[in-house]
Ligand binder design. Sequence first.
Ligand code: GLY
Length: 583
Amino acid sequence: MPATRRGAVAFLALAILLAALLGFGAPRADPLQVPIPLEGTRILPVLATRGMVVTEEKSATGIGVEILRQGGNAVDAAVAVSLALAVTLPKAGNLGGGGFMLIHLAAPEKTIAIDYRETAPAATTADVFLDAEGRAVAEKSRDTGLSVGVPGTVAGLALALRTYGSGKFGLSDLAAPAIALARAGILVEDDLADSLPKAATRLGHWPSSAKIFLNPDGTAPARGTRLVQDDLAAVLERIGSEGERGFYEGPVAEKIVAAVRAAGGRMTLDDMKSYAAIERVPVRGTYRGHEIVSMPPPSSGGVHVIELLNILEGFPPAKAGYAAADLHLLAEAMKLVYADRAAYLGDPDRVAVPVRGLGSKAYAAKLRKRISPTSVLPPAESRRLDPTPYESAETTHFSIVDGAGNAVSCTTTLNFSYGVGLVAEGTGILLNNELDDFAAAPGTPNAHGLTGGAANAPGPRHRPLSSMTPTMIFRDHALVLVTGSPGGARIITTVAQIILDVIDRGMNIAEATEAPRIHHQGRPEVLEVERGLSTDTIALLRALGHEVRVRGAWGSAQSITRMPGLLLGAADPRHRGTLAAGH
Ligand code: GLY
């Protein structure tokens, strides 16, 4: 990069970072011109009139808002936020993973899905995760180089920016705040301080990771210490100046491939060079007069949120409060949907996924007939399957709406918290273990307890099935809700419940975000409920025949609702450091 350009980028980075750090995190005077229809509600969303960003990490939110303030559109802000999260939320924000970005353009009215899911290396075979007896070996798909998919994030962000960015910012401009943070160091606080100790053992397996993220004795750095990521800053600089080629070819690609192969994987330089993000047509459905637009396969999220809502549409709307009768119907519908997920969903470029059939009202009516209001569905033959063996759910979601009504709903992941835990030496890039999302063997649950079969088998350049569900809701063509969440298998049910709480129960988005969640995925035959649901309700659900397990919180929904002249944002309180902010 020429010296003058480098100086300008450094100045812009500093300006964005300073504005972001000074301006956000503290309450601001509200410049609202319109009446606020929220009186009497128990929890209030954050309000703004011109633009809103909601992420899991407060400095990333600040950077996104500053890009909007400087005239960037929602896509510009999304690219800056994604790159910032790769530095500030290393458990899930990433360069070494993948994701899905739903983009809505206000004019001309259009919604696009960008698929930057990781792909299996070309040398991947259907038996890659099996032992000599044909049994799935979990360690292979979770803890070794075989688990690492070719990362998609950089290609996805580059595609989104060149096609749908405002044109006012280049990749180097949008990478600049992330580079400044990586070089100056970030404080180990909030979710970083919460998540690092839990990941210390996994990170400690790899010296290249331990030297960045751990103390010399292998413990996690104390709250308040500074985490500097110089190698990551250098890679971000290269991406800024060379674009995606700076990642998929040359020294960065060489280091990634070397790290994966040294860890037992099969990735090649050709796999990296051949990676392409794909623009797809979103899936669409309706729910009580609203249009649902969401991520198509290789996500199962959009298809199954629509299927679930279609089943529920034939029942009366869920009432305020959480009546056991309503939760029972919801849980039964969830079981049916996850059974379809296991049977039909996979990479749409490899198998025919019956998207229209699964999303049709007629099919939902047939499924609805199987649900009884007074008893549970007969147990599947899988009753004796163990519950989810590994409960990581560390993906991240952010939502953005700009002043022109353009929006981004983006979910991105390394799969496990900090992915496979391996940093490719000399890059600062944490690598994913996304290939565990394949069905390693038919019927064997993955780390999220999800099963599958031939439709989601590992294979050369296949994309593993995902549950990530970036979603938007429209009413009479007007965007009214942008939402999504991490949560592994629980993503689909979390997003569906946000939608039900807003549409059926009339909650504002902060109430819907905070509300207790339930989850049933058929296998295991367990209805999970978050602590906070009334014990009376739980007793009624047990009386109906549910095996209820009360457990800690899950998900981290970051959402925005939109009404004329007003944006209402809610960051999920389940994680420290999340922030909704606007201008
Ligand atoms: N790795 C979690 C998902 O994509 O659903």
